[in-house]
Design a protein. Structure first.
Length: 192
């Protein structure tokens, strides 16, 4: 019975560890949204999205939920009112937009081990930098320009933060902010 209670307590502690994430808000707020089109005929656009996950400078198997990511980015491009049509389906378009989203996580593996060994009583943290590199090409495939945007997040992990989980923000607002900021700069550079 004592072993069962200890095992249940151990399982509860391991499964009840919590985390708290916050953005560093490095990107300035987009001044005008939707951007609207200054051109008489707004272009159509094909978007190709690639993702990469790095942990301490090394590629990692973790991935973004690509269908959800595509849906989020498409929604922002469509709401910008700069395009007649935006799609991730390979079709002839006026613009070809390549987006590479990299999540670069940095954490101290020794502290992560110590935190895990202490059953999350000792906190650990991870810093993530989301980098969105967007390349704009014309219908012939000639590169028009590139825009790179970054946003940083910090995540603290500890057993006591279980109560913070409902208040943790999702990545959606950060991805929207990255996309809108990219489109604003592309419009300023006359890439779209």
């Amino acid at each position: 019975m004592k072993t069962l209670c200890t095992t249940l307590l151990l399982c509860a502690v391991v499964t009840l560890s919590g985390c708290l994430s916050y953005s560093h808000n490095q990107l300035k707020q987009v001044e005008q949204w939707p951007l609207g089109s200054e051109q008489a005929q707004a272009p159509s656009a094909y978007i190709k999205i690639e993702t990469q996950y790095l942990h301490n400078e090394k590629p990692h198997n973790a991935q973004f939920n690509l269908p959800k990511l595509e849906e989020r980015i498409l929604k922002e491009y469509q709401s910008s009112q700069r395009f007649t049509q935006v799609t991730t389906e390979r079709v002839n378009s006026d613009l070809y937009i390549d987006i590479r989203l990299t999540n670069h996580e940095r954490s101290n593996l020794v502290m992560a081990f110590i935190s895990g060994f202490s059953l999350m009583l000792i906190p650990t943290k991870a810093d993530n930098e989301l980098i969105m590199e967007t390349t704009f090409k014309d219908a012939q495939g000639t590169e028009l320009g590139k825009v790179t945007k970054r946003e940083a997040l910090t995540t603290w992990i500890q057993i006591g933060l279980i109560f913070a989980i409902p208040f943790n923000p999702s990545l959606d607002p950060i991805l929207s902010k990255l996309t809108r900021s990219t489109l604003e700069e592309a419009a300023d550079k006359r890439l779209i």
